[in-house]
Design a protein around this ligand. Structure first.
Ligand SMILES: NC(=O)c1ccc[n+]([C@@H]2O[C@H](COP(=O)([O-])OP(=O)(O)OC[C@H]3O[C@@H](n4cnc5c(N)ncnc54)[C@H](OP(=O)(O)O)[C@@H]3O)[C@@H](O)[C@H]2O)c1
Length: 274
């Protein structure tokens, strides 16, 4: 199955569908990523704070896939905004890679006041060849505006929480207004399928609710990377390219907006000591 590519504003491309590994334990990580690579995923989304970069690296090494055929994202944790180069070097050592494809500032932590400095460091890390592309995560409109105004360099992506019950339409529009791609995290609302629309369209189209929700993300143009440690679900979440949602289904899922966030609010989220 061919996963579409998205061209980023720096000219690099990213597979629109990937595999997320937040909350995948060190016991499960290598098996889960190996399963994903066997199924056909070529884009892995991890982070230093997930504590599983070594296991991701082991699965990549054991897969014997060519480096160029893989897209690996990791993220700078909140305590390292003033210390980005060693932080990325530590991630690269754990991953067993010389370069990641995408390095993100995980959270802006505006109360700390160092995200612009972190962004300036990421620009240097790209120039130094330690990452092919750079971006941000959990950035609200003022945070995006500040780093772009200060440096003239736009992030390639803003990775933000999006699922049918929490769609962030204004932030999506603001992000795209800068020519920045939107990556939707917790795309399945952390596995909460207590919504009628995905269930109804799953029955109608002979798919699963998860597949309906993931198609909704893809058809909105989001870059998406569902997480699962369950082999059947890893395969199910990849089987998305032989059907489409009709406009009526898209409208039904759009109508699920409920302002229901699963994760932290970037305006206040800190968690610096984890
Ligand atoms: N930048 C950030 O701050 C941030 C925050 C959160 C997430 N992320 C990224 O986004 C990725 C995905 O988000 P997420 O992990 O928060 O949650 P998610 O992908 O929305 O949901 C994962 C949950 O859904 C379940 N699930 C997966 N596929 C399913 C299916 N086909 N049917 C039923 N249940 C299914 C999983 O269960 P099992 O694993 O038990 O199968 C797991 O409990 C993360 O792994 C991470 O890479 C980034």
């Amino acid at each position: 199955m061919n996963v579409p590519s998205v061209t980023l504003n720096d000219g690099n491309t990213i597979p629109q569908l990937g595999f997320g590994v937040w909350q995948v334990s060190t016991d499960d990580i290598t098996r889960a990523v190996s399963t994903a690579l066997e199924v056909g995923y070529r884009h892995i989304d991890t982070a230093a704070i997930y504590g599983n970069e070594e296991g991701v690296g082991k699965a990549i090494f054991e897969s014997a896939l060519k480096r160029d055929d893989l897209f690996v994202t990791t993220k700078l944790w909140n305590t390292r905004h003033q210390d980005a180069r060693p932080a990325l070097e530590e991630s690269l050592t754990k991953l067993g890679l010389e370069q990641v494809d995408l390095y993100l500032i995980h959270w802006p932590v505006p109360t700390q006041g160092h995200y612009q400095q972190a962004w300036e460091s990421l620009i240097e890390l790209k120039e130094a060849g330690l990452t092919r592309s750079i971006g941000v995560s959990n950035f609200l409109a003022p945070h995006l505006d500040q780093i772009i105004d200060a440096t003239g360099v736009k992030p390639t992506v803003n990775q933000i929480e999006i699922h049918p019950s929490f769609q962030q339409a204004d932030l999506v529009a603001h992000t795209r207004g800068h020519g920045v791609e939107v990556e939707s995290y917790s795309p399945l609302g952390l596995g909460d399928f207590d919504l009628d629309a995905p269930k109804k369209w799953a029955t109608e189209l002979g798919r699963t609710p998860a597949q309906i929700v993931l198609r909704w993300h893809l058809q909105h143009g989001y870059i998406v990377f569902p997480k699962s440690v369950t082999p059947e679900r890893i395969a199910e979440n990849f089987a998305l390219f032989d059907f489409e949602l009709p406009a009526e289904a898209m409208a039904d899922l759009d109508a699920c907006e409920a302002g229901k966030r699963c994760g932290g609010d970037p305006a206040t989220f800190v968690a610096p000591n984890r």
